[in-house]
Design a protein around this ligand. Structure first.
Ligand code: ZN
Length: 425
């Protein structure tokens, strides 16, 4: 099967993201065979992209597949999560929900997601189904359920509590047996479970527990991602083996040193912090303390990302989809936040969301740029993404492993989008 994408302006995913006008891309059996000024092979299907922009599909490094991000839709999450574990019918329903959300990611131009906290073994099962070609969706790196301490962040929904080091190791092994791609830990608290004003990211996971999980994960060749929202948490995480700091915070010098020594990365997720910190509270139904703490987290994440970039520590991007006002089809907004708040160029933001993100999770040879040999994962837009990220909002076409989707439509929430549009920076 040969596809010939003709006359596109190609943004290749590299750091400069230099637009290459009137460029052709030949795809054979799902892989990029050639890029340049080419002659279409006689047996290729020609797709004319004159006036369109072709870039690598986006990598979203932080999603939770069970939740959609529509505010006010949080039912009794814990009860539901328990039912999924014990009731096969509920589990099948939850699977369909996750599958639909994964499709929304794809249809909004995201061709790779890293699922960092889900229900039961749904992330790995869905990943395998998509890989077999039995469902449409992005490439999934799956963590299944996160592991946390007793009383930890999201424990009882997308995380499971380990009482001891032995139990934590057992949980890592269970996930290894499920075939996960990474282990997710809940090292600090979060905005919604913080009780003290000004302390959203209290260290909750004992260092010995972090160490036990990381050692067992690394022994099995798996990286570890950790929810961390304070400098204290960053230090504890990195010093005990965590590879990627999810969300992040203001970094003190020892946290910076620890990250530099470990070669770790920070995965910035501004999409949920922005509405929580900036929207009127009645839209969110949160207390003054939660909003205050959300502001601490937002500022901390922005400052931490700037510090990391300055110190040569890589910063990746994810949306933390599932949080209120953070949907599965809005990664373009994360790019807007990253650009505005962290102060990077449009080209660097696009490079981060594609090739850099892919490299950070070991997929740099597989996806993230428009280069021969790589998977044909493309996001094709009517407008120039370097001029406006909003053109990504309604892709002209998304191509996943060589399969094109013309005018793909994610399921959208008009009200949620309208509020977000009103407040966008
Ligand atoms: Zn998360």
């Amino acid at each position: 099967m040969k596809l010939f994408f003709q006359h596109a302006t190609v943004l290749d995913g590299t750091r400069e993201m230099l637009p290459r006008p009137m460029t052709d891309v030949l795809v054979e059996d799902g892989r990029i065979a050639a890029v340049g000024a080419l002659t279409p092979p006689p047996d290729a299907q020609v797709i004319d992209l004159a006036g369109k922009y072709l870039m690598p599909g986006l990598c979203n490094l932080h999603v939770h597949l069970p939740a959609g991000g529509r505010p006010g839709k949080q039912r009794d999450q814990k009860k539901l999560a328990q039912l999924v574990l014990h009731n096969p019918v509920v589990k099948r329903v939850a699977f369909s929900v996750c599958k639909a959300y994964a499709e929304d990611e794809l249809f909004s131009g995201v061709t790779t997601v890293r699922a960092v906290g889900g229900l039961s073994d749904i992330d790995t099962t869905l990943r395998d189904r998509i890989n077999r070609g039995a469902a449409d969706g992005p490439r999934i790196l799956a963590a299944n359920m996160a592991i946390g301490p007793v009383g930890g962040h999201m424990v009882g929904t997308v995380a499971e509590a380990a009482q001891s080091e032995e139990e934590a190791v057992k949980m890592v092994r269970e996930r290894v047996a499920q075939g996960v791609d990474l282990i997710k830990l809940m090292v600090t608290g979060g905005v919604l479970d913080a009780t003290v004003r000004g302390e959203p990211g209290v260290l909750k996971m004992p260092p010995a527990l972090i160490r036990a999980c990381c050692d067992e994960a690394h022994k099995n060749g798996l990286p570890v991602a950790a929810h961390v929202q304070s400098a204290e948490g960053v230090r504890a995480a990195v010093e005990n083996g965590v590879d990627t700091i999810e969300h992040g915070s203001v970094l003190d010098q020892s946290a910076i040193d620890a990250l530099q020594n470990s070669g770790g990365a920070v995965i910035c997720t501004l999409s949920p912090a922005f509405p929580m910190a900036r929207f009127p509270r009645d839209l969110l139904g949160i207390s003054e303390t939660v909003q205050f703490n959300s502001d601490v987290v937002l500022r901390g994440m922005v400052e931490g990302a700037k510090q990391a970039l300055e110190a040569g520590i890589p910063v990746g991007l994810g949306t933390d989809t599932g949080c209120p006002y953070t949907t599965h089809y809005n990664m373009w907004r994360e790019l807007v936040f990253f650009r505005k708040y962290v102060g990077v160029s449009a080209a660097f933001a696009l490079h981060t969301a594609t090739l850099l993100n892919a490299r950070l999770v070991g997929l740099g040879d597989e996806t993230g740029s428009v280069e021969p040999g790589k998977s044909a994962d493309f996001l094709i837009t009517d407008g120039d993404p370097l001029q406006s990220f909003e053109t990504i909002r309604t892709p002209y076409m998304v191509v996943m492993r060589g399969k094109p989707f013309l005018h793909p439509k994610a399921k959208r929430y008009a009200k949620t989008d309208a509020v977000l549009d009103d407040y966008m920076p």
